[in-house]
Design a protein around this ligand. Structure first.
Ligand SMILES: *Cc1c(COP(=O)(O)O)cnc(C)c1O
Length: 353
């Protein structure tokens, strides 16, 4: 017996995350922008000392301890902070909460590929605006009537960063819609636009523990905004799933925030490795937008990206390749440890010379 239920299924084309191969000792994984260093040492201790007995109880629905620690780390009031299961959850909630008009939401044609997935899922009209030939945002494209704006800054997968004045112009000239700034990579040397939340009610700054805090596996994201914006987000969240942050998530998140020194150390290390890798890649005939992130989006002057990707894979080095218009001759290479990048460079050197 087969009924008609299939006619009523919500059809979606899901986001395709980077591959998570079984990690072996030799594998060098530079394909999903994870941090090569472990989380702050205190995180391990929290997990070791965790008392399973208390898991009987629900966690705090507002993730209060984590919000409090974020508040003191960033100097922003607790009622202007919202947390979620990775920034994907926070971004998805933002789409659901704020993009509820008939006008199109605007974002770049080359950017985080989850934005159009959420727009499709929630039936939000959207329009992609072409980055220019150097993969730069064109400001004028975002000064037209719209139902919202999303900007990844620095952008992924290009690595390009626009300064705060650029973001402010867009926020200031769009006060009838919400502007989301996705700062997943902001800690690798760029400057956050978070100060704008004191001047404008319509801007939301989204960040994550997944990259700079080495905790992709724990799933912690958060955003800052005006109290009104945060209240609106909470209302939608509490209409969907109250207990998004587990006890382990909250406690390890707090611990990671407490160790500012470790955080600054590992981000500085990654920045130094990135700058060194840029020089090596240039020497080997690669070019790339100037990255302010923990990855480099590179194209080679002779050898096709796809071919390089396959060659690297045979050498147990995974990088990300997007078979998409305008970027199908590029590789997105995550910055790993110095040793990992040395291996990458020597394999590339042997193949390309
Ligand atoms: C990695 C990433 C995210 C999501 O990260 P979470 O692990 O869900 O916090 C969001 N936006 C961009 C641009 C990213 O690269």
């Amino acid at each position: 017996m087969s009924g008609k239920w299939e006619e009523y299924v919500r059809r979606v084309k899901p986001y395709v995350p980077g591959e998570q191969p079984v990690v072996t000792d030799n594998l060098i994984k530079l394909n999903t922008n994870e941090n090569p260093y472990p989380p702050a040492p205190g995180v391990q201790k929290v997990l070791q000392n965790m008392d399973a007995e208390k898991l009987r109880l629900y966690p705090n629905p507002d993730a209060k301890a984590l919000v409090k620690e974020l508040s003191s780390f960033y100097g922003i009031d607790e009622d202007r902070i919202f947390t979620g299961v990775g920034s994907d959850d926070v971004l998805g909630m933002c789409f659901l909460t704020f993009f509820n008009s008939d006008k199109p939401v605007l974002f770049a044609d080359i950017t985080y590929s989850f934005y159009d997935v959420w727009a499709e899922l929630f039936n939000i009209p959207y329009e992609k605006k072409m980055l220019d030939d150097n993969f730069r945002l064109v400001k004028e494209d975002y000064l037209t009537d719209n139902g919202g704006i999303v900007i990844a800054n620095p952008n992924a997968p290009t690595g390009e960063y626009v300064d705060i004045d650029f973001i402010e112009d867009i926020v200031k000239n769009n006060q009838d819609s919400i502007v989301i700034v996705d700062e997943a990579y902001i800690d690798f040397g760029a400057k956050s636009a978070v100060g704008l939340i004191d001047k404008y009610e319509n801007v939301i700054i989204v960040q994550t523990f997944s990259k700079s805090r080495s905790m992709a596996g724990m799933r912690i994201g958060y955003c800052f905004g005006s109290k009104k914006v945060i209240d609106a987000l909470k209302a939608v969240k509490f209409s969907y799933n109250s207990y998004t942050m587990s006890m382990a998530t909250i406690e390890t998140g707090v611990e990671a925030l407490k160790d500012r020194k470790y955080f600054e150390e590992i981000t500085a290390k990654i920045i130094a490795t990135r700058e060194r890798t840029k020089k090596e890649l240039k020497r080997l005939g690669f070019s790339f937008p100037d990255s302010m992130t923990n990855f480099i989006f590179a194209t080679h002057n002779k050898v096709p990206a796809k071919e390089i990707m396959s060659m690297l894979r045979e050498n147990e080095i995974f990088v990300r390749y997007f078979n998409a218009p305008r970027i199908d001759n590029y590789l997105r290479i995550t910055i790993g440890t110095d040793e990992q990048m040395d291996k990458l460079i020597s394999v590339l050197d042997a193949y390309l010379s």
